[in-house]
Design a protein around this ligand. Structure first.
Ligand code: DC
Length: 229
């Protein structure tokens, strides 16, 4: 059977990556977390003093884009890909609230998006890929055979994020997380370059009241429908 391209877009913290990773494992496709790529660029900025408060030194970042190498490597222990920045595994560092609080500003920069989109197209060139993000079905792969747009209520998304951070042993506060989620949605949906929006031909999934196994089953059924025949 010919392999297809699967684009999974949607709001932050709505479980896109869990669904996408699970499906990739099940059907033997490559999973690419494009949010991790914008997070890695943000970490690079923080590590190199290129962000002060909400202000990014865009001139300097533009000059240093070629110093940023982002790759993924399968972690045999988890069976999932880890993100590497310049050869160093940054999978945990890119998930902190510090990075979450700045990433939307970095992801709104046109030259950062251009570089990431080029890299994403290269990574997905051979098909057999599941990519999750905000603009995969609209900009990166507008011809993807299967497009899903995932959403869930703000409160449920904040609770999931809270549980995830607590499980990792991070200190966090529910109000702060809810504010961060709403602020990221606002910036992601209103930015000038590639704002978050549903592709016309995407199928909407509101998973507010679904369990992870139910979402997995739903997504697998969508894949089977598209690839049947
Ligand atoms: O999915 P995530 O929360 O890890 O994404 C981090 C940020 O990157 C979020 O603010 C949206 C942005 N992003 C984007 O603009 N385009 C993508 N394709 C993926 C993520």
């Amino acid at each position: 059977m010919n392999k297809i391209t699967i684009a999974i877009d949607g709001h932050s913290s709505c479980g896109k990556s869990t669904m996408a990773k699970d499906l990739a494992k099940e059907i033997g496709y490559v999973y690419i977390d494009t949010g991790a790529m914008y997070r890695a660029v943000t970490l690079f900025c923080l590590q190199n003093g290129l962000i002060k408060d909400e202000v990014i030194n865009t001139e300097e970042l533009k000059k240093r884009m070629n110093d940023i190498s982002i790759t993924f490597q399968l972690n045999p222990a988890t069976g999932r890909p880890d993100t590497y920045l310049n050869g160093i595994c940054v999978e945990n560092k890119i998930r902190t609230l510090e990075v979450s609080g700045k990433v939307s500003y970095v992801a709104a920069l046109d030259f950062v998006r251009e570089a990431m989109v080029d890299l994403q197209r290269l990574m997905g060139e051979a098909k057999g890929v599941i990519m999750d993000g905000r603009d995969i079905g609209t900009v990166v792969f507008p011809n993807a055979e299967l497009k899903i747009f995932v959403t869930a209520s703000d409160e449920i998304r904040a609770q999931r994020r809270y549980d995830e951070l607590i499980a990792k042993g991070e200190k966090c506060n529910m109000e702060e997380i809810l504010t961060n989620i709403r602020e990221r949605d606002r910036i992601d949906s209103t930015r000038a370059v590639s704002p978050l929006r549903k592709a016309e031909d995407a199928i909407v999934l509101d998973n507010s009241h679904m369990t992870i196994p139910e979402q997995k089953e739903w997504l697998l059924a969508q894949f089977q429908r598209v690839t049947a025949g």
